[in-house]
Every structure is written in structure tokens, then in C-alpha cells.
Design a protein around this ligand. Structure first.
Ligand code: HEM
Length: 183
């Protein structure tokens, strides 16, 4: 079973999904794969890859999610929600007045973290995410709001459900590592 390794985004040398963990693991559940009507089944199988086939074809989570346009959509939705939703008030308050830099940086970072191009490392070097988050006060509330906001964004941006479940777990591992105060 392969997983995204949250530690790869922390303080290890590589932010990319490691070679031993190229893609989120198991096949999507049957529940997420609506069965085609019998008459359509053969034609649909030929014309449209089913979710299982899409995952098998995707070498990395970056491919599976849909490449750079999909990562950009996800990040934009994430920061839009952070700005708009009262449920993420404390998370928003931890950020500066503008989210423009954060949008670009998270986009660059996630491309590499998902196994795509290393835009972030090319610009800034080693991510050292925990160290870079030290100036911000991050406790359980901020961690949980970050993960909830990202999960809502994944849902609204149309991230495939099986991938969303795996990423949520990986994001939680990384966000928990970012905590620098109790409570
Ligand atoms: C746990 C709750 C988190 C809080 C409260 C938080 C907050 C912040 C803040 C305030 C910034 C600065 C934004 C700016 O430059 O304007 C930032 C930057 C950043 N965050 Fe987070 N963050 C959290 C979790 C995460 C997670 C889980 C990831 C990755 C999966 C992440 C990735 C990044 C990246 C890549 C940057 C840019 C770092 C830089 O180059 O300065 N953050 N975060």
C-alpha cells in the first residue's frame, strides 16, 4: 500500500511524494463508481476511463488531481473560503491582510508535494515548513480549521473522492506537525 508521506513536506530533504509512495493507495471504492446501465456499459468502457483506470494511469497524485490547473483551482478555493467563511476566522486571523503571496506559495508547494514540478524548491530551496510557520501561533483550532477548510475546498473543487480522503489524512499529519503551541 502506498501513501503520501506527510513527513516529506516537513523537514526531510525532499518535498516530493517519495519514490516508494508515488500515489495515494487503494482503488476508489465501488460506492464512488456509479455502475453504467447495462446497455451503455461496453461503449462507456471504451470511451471513458473509469475511476479505477484513471487512478492506475495516474503516476502521481499530481496527475490524478488534474495537474497544475486543478492545483491552482484548489488553492484559490481554499483561500477564498478562508477569507469568506466565519468557521475559519481564527485561521484567517493568523494570516496577513493579503493572501496573494500565500496563494502562490501554497500552489508552488503543493505541485511538488503531490509529485509534480518542484516550483517551490526552485524558488525558495528546502521547504522547512515547520520552521517557516514558527512566526504564527498554531494550535489545535488553527490546525483543525486548516484541514477543514482544505477539505471543503477539495470537495468544491471536484477532487476525486478517493483522492480527497487520502489527501485529508496527509494534510492532517502535516498540519499537526505545524502546531507550535498547546490548545
Ligand atoms: C496548521 C495550520 C496552518 C496555519 C495556521 C498556517 C498559516 C500560514 C501562514 C500565516 C503563512 C504565511 C502566509 C503568507 O506568506 O502570507 C503560511 C505559509 C505557508 N503555509 Fe501554512 N499554515 C498551516 C498549515 C499548513 C499546511 C498543512 C501546509 C502544507 C500542506 C502549509 C503550507 C504553507 C506554505 C507552503 C507556506 C509558504 C511558506 C513560505 O515560503 O513562507 N501550511 N501558512
Amino acid at each position: 500500500m502506498t501513501t503520501i508521506d506527510p513527513s516529506s513536506s516537513q523537514d526531510s530533504a525532499s518535498v516530493s511524494v517519495s519514490a516508494s509512495a508515488p500515489a495515494p493507495a487503494a482503488a476508489p471504492s465501488a460506492a464512488s463508481t456509479p455502475a453504467p446501465a447495462p446497455a451503455d456499459a461496453a461503449a462507456q468502457q471504451q470511451e471513458q476511463p473509469q475511476p479505477e483506470q484513471q487512478q492506475q494511469a495516474a503516476a502521481t497524485p499530481f496527475d490524478w488531481i488534474g495537474g497544475e490547473p486543478a492545483v491552482r483551482t484548489l488553492v484559490d478555493r481554499f483561500y477564498d473560503l478562508m477569507d469568506l467563511e466565519p468557521a475559519y476566522r481564527e485561521l484567517r486571523a493568523a494570516h496577513g491582510t493579503t493572501l496573494a503571496d500565500a496563494r502562490d506559495k501554497l500552489f508552488w508547494f503543493l505541485c511538488g508535494w503531490l509529485g509534480g514540478p518542484d516550483h517551490y524548491i526552485e524558488r525558495f530551496g528546502h521547504p522547512r515548513l515547520r520552521m517557516r510557520h514558527m512566526p504564527f501561533s498554531i494550535g489545535i483550532k488553527e490546525r483543525d480549521q486548516w484541514v477543514a477548510c482544505m477539505d471543503q475546498a477539495m470537495g468544491e473543487a471536484g477532487v476525486p473522492e478517493a483522492l480527497r480522503v487520502r489527501l485529508r489524512e496527509s494534510f492532517m499529519g502535516t498540519a499537526d506537525w505545524m502546531r507550535n503551541r498547546g490548545g
